[in-house]
Ligand binder design. Structure first.
Ligand SMILES: [Zn+2]
Length: 256
């Protein structure tokens, strides 16, 4: 899920974001990796390949090219589809910029609605989810969903500090406001996760079942509007099933 408050910038309505300071990992944005790792790293090679095959004219790079540059060799199995085709009746009515529900499909708003800067930003966030799903499967608990989002928002806001982001962003007259909104969206997710964790810690020795603990996370996410608002009150909201959000589609189906 990519979600930035809409009130200041309609394009950013429900955008997803990314942060990564310091360590060079496969998550590190390509531009940074090139700078740090030199010219023989896989990232640098991928960047050279992309440079050798530039998009024609002023055309934006394709979504697949964007993903490949961000996650070299990791996203070959991923299809990028239109958000209107997202296979969830809960997610569908929302105005999310993008959604990832499996290890092989990203659903994203169409190009006129997101410029190159936003597409890179949002696809980086969703690519982190693809990696999470590849490594651990989709979340089966709300407490795992929020951990996934904390990681994805954290890493994607880190991208905003890269030279690539600064360069692309400099073409936007609202760049500073956009960055501010993205950081606010990430901070909001961190705050929600922290609030839930604080409650969890308070009952940690009280013998709660896993389901009871997960209800703490669900309720905190609901109270902070972090889930699609299909239901109108808390009692209704508690009918949420995590599988309703992550209905499995695409090339790989998880067994549960
Ligand atoms: Zn997300």
């Amino acid at each position: 899920m990519a979600d930035i408050p809409a009130e200041l910038h309609p394009v950013l309505a429900n955008a997803s974001v990314v942060s990564n300071a310091g360590a060079v990992t496969s998550n590190t944005p390509v531009e940074n990796r090139q700078e740090i790792l030199g010219t023989n790293s896989p990232a640098a090679t991928a960047a050279r390949v992309a440079q050798a095959n530039p998009p024609s004219g002023n055309k934006m790079p394709s979504d697949q090219q964007i993903l490949e540059l961000q996650f070299p060799g990791e996203m070959n199995n991923v299809d990028i589809l239109k958000i209107k085709d997202v296979p969830s009746e809960l997610v569908g009515p929302e105005d999310y910029q993008a959604w990832t529900n499996s290890d092989s499909q990203i659903f994203i708003k169409e190009k006129p609605e997101l410029d190159e800067f936003m597409r890179i930003f949002v696809l980086y966030h969703e690519g982190i989810h693809i990696r999470q799903f590849n490594q651990n499967g989709p979340p089966k608990l709300f407490q795992n969903m929020i951990k996934y989002e904390v990681q994805a928002y954290g890493k994607s806001t880190g991208w905003l500090d890269t030279k690539q982001a600064q360069r692309l962003g400099s073409a936007r007259k609202d760049f500073r406001k956009t960055v501010q909104l993205a950081r606010q969206a990430a901070a909001n997710v961190f705050r929600i996760a922290d609030a839930a964790l604080e409650q969890h810690i308070m009952v940690i020795n009280d013998g709660f079942t896993e389901a009871e603990i997960d209800e703490i996370y669900l309720e905190t996410m609901i109270e902070n509007s972090m889930l699609p608002d299909k239901y109108v009150n808390l009692e209704e909201f508690k009918r949420y099933q995590i599988g309703d959000l992550y209905k499995q589609t695409g090339k790989t189906f998880f067994s549960e």
